[in-house]
Design a protein around this ligand. Structure first.
Ligand SMILES: [Zn+2]
Ligand SMILES: [Zn+2]
Length: 322
């Protein structure tokens, strides 16, 4: 996606402060010195999908959207499990995500791909401006001291997991089972902020550029149905139909059957029929693409700054069916 919004000068990548993030990408290469076993790759896969579940079902659907209920012990386990993915604490993650939904694809959105693809993918993560937790956006969970503790000491869960992996399988398990799966998990999560707003199909008219993608759903256990999710955020499921695979939701159904989770919020039948693009509704996502072709591109010839012609993505769509 072409960059449409210019970033604020304060949105700078702090290369020194984030050197550990880039260094972590190189750590799996240390397996050259230890050799690798097939069990290291199996562990890599297991830890990827286990922790992806904690991120999608826990950090995203539970902490950010409250789409179902848990008791306090399971809530802590969800926050701890998500914490092992080294994506900071549940409060930091969920508060930033709530901000994303409030300002999706506007100038205010911290990680809109309209500020640049790589910025939306990981630039904003390595920008120290967004290091702090916006407790004001998540008072409902910030009231729990154990969650605040986990949020403050967010390196404790991944460190404990890394130590456990080292004792279990030795050095090669650490480099492949822990570090390679952690790096893959980072990018598997980040694609929802970047690719899921660029790549895929739109079913619903929304005021953002969110899209649905089977491929992204496979690697994120169901988060790739992102246009569905932006259309109806409160639901515990993001694949709205049986053919839209949503593994996180199937596991949540299992947890419900085991009486570990309850009150999974459903998608009302009215929401499935509302604001469908095929009804001929005016679609802001499409409008943005058109505007880019018709307005932004021709003016680039004259090398004017892109934000001289801002494309407002809010308050433009008046769905017919409402
Ligand atoms: Zn969301
Ligand atoms: Zn989004």
């Amino acid at each position: 996606m072409r960059k449409i919004f210019l970033r604020d000068p304060s949105e700078k990548i702090s290369w020194v402060a984030c050197s550990h993030f880039f260094a972590a990408h190189l750590l799996p290469l240390a397996a050259i010195f230890t050799g690798v076993k097939i069990s290291d790759f199996i562990l890599c896969l297991v830890l990827y999908f286990m922790r992806m579940f904690f991120i999608t079902a826990g950090y995203h659907r539970y902490f950010a959207h409250r789409s179902y209920q848990l008791n306090r012990v399971i809530q802590f386990i969800m926050a701890f499990g998500g914490g092992t993915s080294a994506q900071k604490g549940a409060l930091w993650w969920a508060a930033h995500h709530r901000h994303h939904h409030r300002y999706s694809d506007t100038q205010e959105d911290i990680h809109s791909p309209k500020k640049g693809f790589w910025w939306s993918h990981m630039g904003w993560i390595v920008c120290s401006k967004y290091d702090e937790t916006r407790y004001d956006l998540i008072p409902d969970f910030a009231k729990y001291p154990e969650l605040r503790w986990l949020n403050k000491y967010h390196l404790v869960p991944p460190t404990l997991l890394a130590i456990a992996v080292l004792f279990w399988g030795g050095g090669s398990a650490l480099w492949i089972g822990f570090f390679l799966s952690t790096v893959l998990l980072w990018h598997g999560t980040f694609v929802i902020n970047s690719l899921a707003h660029v790549f895929g199909r739109r079913r619903f008219v929304t005021t953002d550029t969110s899209r649905n993608s089977f491929l992204l759903s496979m690697i994120t256990l169901g988060e790739g149905w992102h246009n569905n999710h932006h259309h109806f955020q409160a639901a515990a499921r993001q694949g709205f139909y049986w053919w839209e695979m949503d593994i996180s939701f199937y596991i949540l159904k299992l947890l419900k059957w085991m009486k570990l989770a309850k009150n999974l919020k459903k998608v009302p039948s009215g929401a499935l029929k509302r604001n469908l693009i095929k009804d001929g509704n005016f679609d802001v996502g499409m409008m943005v693409q058109e505007a880019r072709k018709k307005w932004i591109k021709p003016f680039q010839k004259f090398q004017l700054p892109l934000n001289s012609f801002p494309v407002k993505s809010r308050n433009l769509g008046v769905p017919k069916s409402q």
